[in-house]
Design a protein around this ligand. Structure first.
Ligand code: NAD
Length: 496
């Protein structure tokens, strides 16, 4: 690794150069106010580089560019087949540069480099290709009216989409918004997370290289309370797509409604249950439960952080699960080392937040069965942590921790566990492990969550819609369902 500063960050693989200004109207510009944000490597706590930090005035400029591009060089101009071709080219470029992109996320998020390159980047490419394929397939209906006249519908783009994303999977979050928005003809103003912006900034040059016209995608770095809220409340932005915490989601919904009643899609937090019945295959249950909560260092929205295990296999599960998690701890280390399976938490703030949940759990009377402490002297590493003797009312059972912390709880009956699992304000995902197909389906239908995994956990697929019930979200991302959130329906009545 070697770090240099402002506007040319040279990182890891050879000579990855990331431009660190704002990407507006196809060009790199400095923020008007000239402020900056330090980007920190969570494994070493060193400042990697400094990026330009925008403000409300930069958002205004991006909105003007984006509105013009919508009319003159994208949605109202380029046919679906043309947009699809450009998105396909973008997918190819991301694939070609997956090593650099994975390296950047290893550097500023702390993701283990090899798994990021081999798994996450593949999904990113798949997502862009998937929406490239949809670009020329939008069509409405023809309808015969009661008067025996003809009406038809059109799915038209909103116009300018404001996209605000978190830091836990920056590139994936960015393409899950950019690709369907562009496929349906919208233009985009994207705000990456101030915590981990590098891979998204690298993506900007690939957008240009793919032939996406200037102004079609604009990237404005900055903080949530400045750039984020300027996007949410901008009267000339037509739609907001947001991924992040439920608290911020509520603020965005309010700001959007108060400004111009924007359409809003929200992908928010979770406190998902993993339910393991006596008849589950133990080895499989142990692995899926661990992956479900500790992947990406526990920084996953659908993390199965409440693990309910039926009384017949509880003791054996806890023993095997602990051995598995111990093994995971031996894979803790620097993100760029080949043997690393578990890196640091993303930032000092997250590290401190998670540690305070751990000590709160302890003080509320739950027992730390494994982990519960920092790993190493430097970097924001936390050992995967298992709590037992947990009560449903405890904070660690109710609030999203967004770190490598789970609670393991014993249950007796299907009815009991269903009540407990649904006793949450969240409803993103739920995992059921059982060999009884009838029970699996019964549970899948009764659980109050937008995504159910039977005999696995966290396995997203771009073909399948993803999103939350209750306070975990509004609308859906991924799959065909996402396309509908980027268009509005126009009905045309003909009297001819
Ligand atoms: P966050 O809500 O703090 O921030 C998310 C984004 O919103 C950032 O870009 C931030 O700058 C911006 N923001 C903050 N305040 C804002 C405001 N007032 N107005 C506009 N924008 C604002 O979340 P985070 O810490 O970056 O990410 C973690 C959260 O994201 C967790 O709750 C996690 O569950 C959630 N998440 C959900 C999904 C999903 O698909 N449901 C996926 C990944 C992460």
């Amino acid at each position: 690794k070697s770090y240099t500063h402002l506007f040319d960050t040279a990182v890891y693989v050879g000579s990855v150069t990331v431009k660190t200004g704002l990407f507006i109207n196809g060009r790199w510009v400095n923020p008007i106010e000239g402020e900056s944000i330090d980007v920190v490597d969570p494994a070493s706590e060193d400042v990697i580089t400094t990026i330009g930090c925008g403000g409300a005035e930069d958002v205004n400029i991006a909105v003007e560019a984006s509105r013009k591009a919508f009319r003159t060089s994208w949605g109202l101009k380029v046919p679906g087949s043309g947009r699809g071709r450009i998105l396909s080219k973008l997918a190819d470029l991301i694939e070609e540069h997956s090593e650099e992109l994975a390296a950047l996320e290893a550097l500023d998020v702390g993701k283990p480099f090899l798994s990021s390159k081999h798994f996450e980047l593949k999904s990113v490419v798949q997502a862009v290709r998937y929406y490239a394929g949809w670009a020329d397939k939008a069509h409405g209906k023809t309808i015969e009216t009661n008067e025996k006249k003809l009406a038809y519908t059109r799915h038209e783009p909103w116009g300018v989409v404001g996209a605000i994303i978190p830091w836990n999977a920056p590139l994936m979050m960015a393409v899950l918004k950019i690709a369907p928005a562009l496929a349906t003809g919208n233009t985009v103003i994207l705000k990456p997370s101030e915590v981990a912006p590098l891979s998204v900034l690298f993506l900007a040059d690939l957008l240009n290289d793919a032939g996406i016209p200037p102004g079609v995608v604009n990237i404005v770095n900055g903080y949530g309370h400045t750039v984020g809220s300027a996007i949410a409340s901008h009267p000339k932005i037509d739609k907001i797509t947001f991924t992040g915490s439920s608290l911020t989601g509520c603020k965005i919904l309010k700001a959007s409604a108060a400004s111009n009643l924007k359409a809003v899609t929200l992908e928010l937090g979770g406190k998902s249950p993993t339910i393991i019945f006596n008849d589950a295959t133990l080895e499989q249950a142990v692995q899926w439960a661990a992956l479900g909560v500790f992947s990406n260092m526990g920084q996953i929205c659908s993390a199965g952080s409440r693990i309910y295990v039926q009384d017949g296999i509880y003791d054996q599960f806890l023993k095997e699960f602990t051995i598995y998690v111990e093994g995971l701890t031996s894979g803790m280390g620097q993100p760029f080392e080949a043997a690393t399976r578990h890196g640091p938490q993303v930032s000092k703030a997250q590290f401190e937040r998670i540690m305070s949940y751990i000590s709160f759990g302890n003080s509320e009377g739950a027992k730390i069965h494994f982990g519960g402490e920092r790993f190493g002297e430097k970097g924001y590493f936390i050992r995967p942590t298992i709590f037992v003797d947990v009560k449903p009312s405890m904070k660690i059972m109710r609030e999203e921790i967004f770190g490598p912390v789970c609670c393991v709880v014993k249950f007796r009956t299907e009815e009991e566990v269903l009540d407990w699992a649904n006793d949450t304000t969240y409803g993103l995902a739920a995992n059921v492990l059982t060999e009884n197909a009838a029970r699996a389906i019964r549970m899948a239908h009764a659980l109050e969550a937008g995504v159910i995994y039977v005999n696995h956990t966290i396995a997203g697929d771009i073909n399948v819609p993803f999103g939350g019930y209750k306070q975990s979200g509004l609308g859906r991302e991924m799959g065909e369902e996402a396309l509908a959130t980027y268009t509005q329906v126009k009905a045309v009545h003909l009297n001819i």
